[in-house]
Write a protein that binds this ligand. Structure first.
Ligand SMILES: Nc1ncnc2c1ncn2[C@@H]1O[C@H](COP(=O)(O)OP(=O)(O)OP(=O)(O)O)[C@@H](O)[C@H]1O
Ligand SMILES: [Zn+2]
Length: 892
């Protein structure tokens, strides 16, 4: 068997991974925890499913955090291709297998159990055998050494299929013992049967049977006789019962007829009564009709209708109602007219009153104006007097100018001129005064100088001064100036006087101005008053004219209102007439309506009369029919009465009694006889059964005799088979043990070639003993760790080779799988392990898969697989490498 391809999905640390495996030695390497062992486990799991998991469960297989997991394995076996696929799914917190198929070239096997059975059959190994032989798991290197010889024996026997032989031997032994116990049982049965048959044969069963059968025939013939007599009795009973029943029926029919006749008669009477009542009603209704006719004739007399004919009456009513309708409209119109006119009339009168009150107001206003006018005239007169006073005053003021140097109006200018003159005068006086003073001073200076003898003019000695006469001139000048000053004083006094007068004149001028202004004002007021007076006159005239106008209007309205009052009186009179006519119409309508009512009632009566008449006729016919029925029922009754035959009835009764009597007795008798018969039958049956049992016993006896003979020979055969299997196994094991011992020694030699050990001994019970060079025996447990590992590997390889070469009909072996075989080995022994691996390959092992870190092993590989774990996703990956990669591996 060769693994071609492994494909994983979410298998433990793997996400998606796929690996093609080739022939030869494949080394799987990678750091701790990268997933190397898991890869091998996956192959194992693909083949054997949960059996490959030891104590772990399916949910350990699914990558943590995932729901589903898949593993697919393609392999070639015996030249044929196979494919196994398993799929797991987490349901809640338990994983289950949702798909498990094995595709073989000829069929598809489904279901975990069937697939495992088929794989076990193909490889001739179950899971346990697989790990004991082909798959050396990590840490299980010493498994075979630590096992007890008995366990080892079972393991190896199983692998070599010798277990089956032992099983067969045991089965043969079981079979032999089984046959023995069955045979013993059967012999006991045989004895028992024989004694039973003998006992039964001594009982005279046939004679007993004959006697009982003749007694039985006797009883049966008696029963037959009584049964036929009972039949006769039953017949006569039936006939008698018939006659009596018929009689009973006739009597019942007669009774029914009597009842029916009675019922008919009472119905006829009842209907007859109803008919009479109806006749009475007819008469009553006719009377009523007459009464109504009389009443109507009376009513018609009151009207001018010639006939009480319904149509004519309705016609008349209709016309009267139309007329009444017209009159009602007229009435309404008249009422409306009255209301309207009364309204207008009142309105007119109100308007007139209103106008009159306005006339009065206006007249009062005019009178008021009269008074106002008088007052105004008086005021004007007063003002005019005032004007005269002003004129006199003005005249008086103007008189001041009569002897004045100026005329009225010049005073102002005149005064101003005088004042200017005065000013000029004053300044001239001042100038004169100043000159006087300076001349006086110069005179005084000149006089002083002169006294000192100096020139008054230039201060030089007066002797010969040209200026001595100047002093005199100055004195002249002073006198002239003083004259002038006095003149000026006079002039001023005169001027003062004139200014005083001029001021009085100016005052008079101003007073006249004021007075004239006042006068003007008063004159204006008077003029205005006069104008106003004029206006008031006009107004007063207008008011009076208007008042007259309104007074006339009011009179006109009152006249119109009086006319309307007359109209209203006329309309009222018309209203009275209409009402009169309407009450006449109303009276006639009442009469006519009553007539119409009578007509209606009479028609109803007529219809009712008709109905009653018809009803009566119906009742008549009904009763006639009933009378006929009555006659026929009476006839039938007479017939039945004539049928009655008392004598025959009496006979039937006595016969019935007799038959009943007999039947009662015969039943008892028959029951007793039947009892006898049944008892006899039972006894006959008992004897017959005993005879049959005897027959059966004889048959069984014969059968048991044959069976015992057969069992005897079977026992002999089983005994032979058991010994044969035992011998066969011992022989085979001996042969295998010899081969295995040889292979083991060869292999151990190969991997542990030194001088310490002479050889290994394997006895028939698979007890292992290692002999040292000096001939001392050693238990394998006494070997060192490394030695033990090598020893074990040798044993594994030896078993593998034995299986691959030795056993007849062996299937092609699965790959040899070694998980970390080098852990206990030093480098020298690794080299030997490498040669072991190589020799296995040379011996024709198709595939060898080894998990190892060892460089030397890697160097020996035909192909390399590196397992890496992605640091971020934490998923393992498979990377193929070719052997040259080995050179780079020093760094790992
Ligand atoms: N169900 C699972 N889901 C995810 N990871 C898992 C699951 N089961 C196991 N693992 C992880 O798979 C990793 C690989 O384990 P494995 O034994 O294959 O490593 P290895 O390469 O053989 O290491 P060593 O060299 O130490 O033997 C471990 O780190 C383990 O934690
Ligand atoms: Zn590992």
């Amino acid at each position: 068997m060769r693994v071609d391809r492994v494909r994983l999905l979410n298998f433990k640390c793997y996400g998606e991974a796929e690996l093609d495996l080739e022939r030869g030695v494949t080394i799987v390497h990678g750091v701790n925890g990268s997933g190397k062992s898991t890869l091998l486990e996956a192959v194992f799991f693909a083949l054997y499913g949960s059996k490959a998991l030891d104590e772990r469960t399916l949910d350990d297989v699914i990558t943590t955090g995932e729901e589903e997991s898949e593993v697919e394995l393609r392999f070639t076996h015996d030249g044929r291709e196979y494919r196994v696929e398993r799929r797991l799914k987490l349901r809640g917190d338990r994983a289950t297998t949702t798909k498990c198929v094995l595709e073989t070239p000829t069929e598809t096997v489904e279901g975990a159990r069937d697939v495992r059975a088929e794989v076990t059959r193909l490889l001739r190994m179950d899971a346990e055998a697989f790990v004991n032989c082909a798959y050396v798991r990590q840490g299980e290197v010493n498994k075979l050494i630590h096992a007890s010889p008995g366990e080892r024996q079972d393991m190896i026997d199983d692998l070599l299929q010798l277990g089956a032989l032992e099983e067969y031997r045991e089965r043969a032994s079981d079979a032999r013992l089984g046959v023995k116990s069955v045979l013993d049982g059967q012999r006991e049965v045989l004895e028992d049967l024989r004694s039973q048959v003998e006992r039964k044969e001594g009982q005279d069963l046939h004679e007993q049977l004959n006697e009982l059968e003749s007694r039985h025939a006797d009883v049966v013939s008696k029963i037959d006789r009584f049964e036929s007599q009972r039949e006769d009795a039953r017949d006569s009973l039936e006939t008698a019962t018939d006659v009596l029943e018929r009689h009973e029926e006739t009597r019942e029919e007669l009774a029914d007829l009597a009842e029916e006749i009675e019922a008919l008669r009472s119905k006829i009477d009842e209907t007859e009564r109803k008919r009479e009542d109806a006749g009475e009603r007819l008469r009553e209704r006719r009377r009523r009709r007459e009464e109504l006719a009389d009443e109507r004739d009376g009513l018609l007399g009151e009207t001018d209708l010639e006939t009480g004919d319904a149509e004519a009456v309705e016609d008349r009513i209709e016309r009267l109602e139309e007329r009444d309708e017209e009159l009602r409209d007229d009435l309404e119109d008249a009422r409306v007219a009255i209301t309207e006119r009364k309204g207008s009339m009142e309105r007119l009168r109100e308007e007139a009153t209103e106008l009159e009150s306005r006339v009065e107001t206006k007249r009062e206003e005019a009178d008021q104006l009269d008074d106002d006018l008088e007052d105004a005239v008086e005021a004007i007169e007063q003002r005019e007097e005032k004007l005269d006073e002003f004129d006199a005053e003005i005249e008086a003021a103007r008189e001041a100018f009569d002897d004045a140097p100026i005329t009225f109006g010049e005073a102002e200018g005149y005064l101003e001129d005088l004042e200017d003159d005065r000013e000029e005068l004053v300044s001239t006086r001042n100038d004169v005064a100043a000159e006087i003073r300076s001349v006086e001073d110069a005179i005084a200076e000149g006089e002083r100088l002169l006294e000192e003898g100096k020139c008054p003019e230039c201060g030089q000695d007066v002797t010969d001064s040209p200026h001595v006469d100047v002093l005199e001139e100055k004195r002249d000048r002073l006198a002239a100036l003083e004259d002038r000053r006095d003149d000026l004083a006079d002039e001023r006094d005169d001027l003062e006087e004139r200014i005083e007068r001029a001021e009085a004149l100016r005052e008079a001028e101003r007073r006249v101005d004021r007075l004239e202004e006042n006068r003007e004002n008063v004159a204006q007021l008077v003029a205005e008053k006069r104008d106003a007076l004029e206006g008031r006159h006009d107004q007063r005239e207008e008011l009076r004219a208007e008042a007259d106008e309104r007074e006339r209007e009011a009179e006109a309205k009152r006249a119109e209102a009086d006319d309307l009052e007359d109209d209203v009186a006329d309309a009222r009179a018309e209203l009275g007439e209409i009402n009169g006519e309407r009450s006449e119409i109303k009276a006639e309508l009442e009469t006519l309506r009553r007539v119409a009512e009578i007509n209606g009632e009479r028609a109803d009566l007529e219809r009712e009369l008709e109905t009653v008449r018809e009803r009566r006729a119906d009742w008549e016919t009904m009763n006639e029919e009933r009378r006929e029925q009555l006659a026929s029922k009476r006839e039938r009754k007479r017939e039945l009465e004539s049928e009655f035959d008392d004598e025959r009835i009496e006979r039937a009764r006595s016969e019935k009694r007799k038959a009943e009597d007999y039947l009662e007795r015969v039943e008892e008798k028959l029951a007793a006889l039947e009892d006898d018969r049944d008892q006899l039958r039972g006894r006959i049956g008992g004897i017959e059964e005993k005879l049959e049992a005897l027959e059966r016993l004889r048959e069984r006896l014969e059968a048991v005799e044959t069976r015992c003979e057969r069992l005897d020979s079977l026992y002999g055969e089983a005994e032979t088979l058991q010994t044969t299997y035992g011998e066969l196994r011992a022989e085979l094991r001996q042969r295998n043990v010899e081969t295995l011992e040889r292979l083991l020694n060869e292999t151990f030699d190969l991997v542990y070639r030194n001088d310490s050990y002479a050889g290994i001994d394997l006895d028939g019970e698979y007890r292992l003993t290692v002999y040292q060079k000096d001939g001392e025996p050693l238990e394998p447990e006494q070997l060192s760790g490394g030695e033990r590992a090598l020893f074990n590997l040798s044993l594994r390889c030896a078993i593998y080779r034995l299986l691959a070469e030795g056993v007849e009909g062996t299937a092609p072996m699965p790959p040899l799988i070694l998980d970390e075989p080098t852990v206990f080995l030093d480098s020298g022994h690794v080299t030997q392990l490498v040669s072991l691996v190589e020799s296995m390959r040379d011996l024709g092992v198709e595939q060898i898969v080894v998990v190892s870190h060892d460089e030397e092993l890697i160097g020996a590989a035909d192909s390399l697989v590196r397992v890496e774990k992605d640091a971020t996703s934490n998923r393992s990956r498979l990377v193929r490498g070719e052997p040259p990669e080995a050179a780079l591996l020093g760094a790992e």
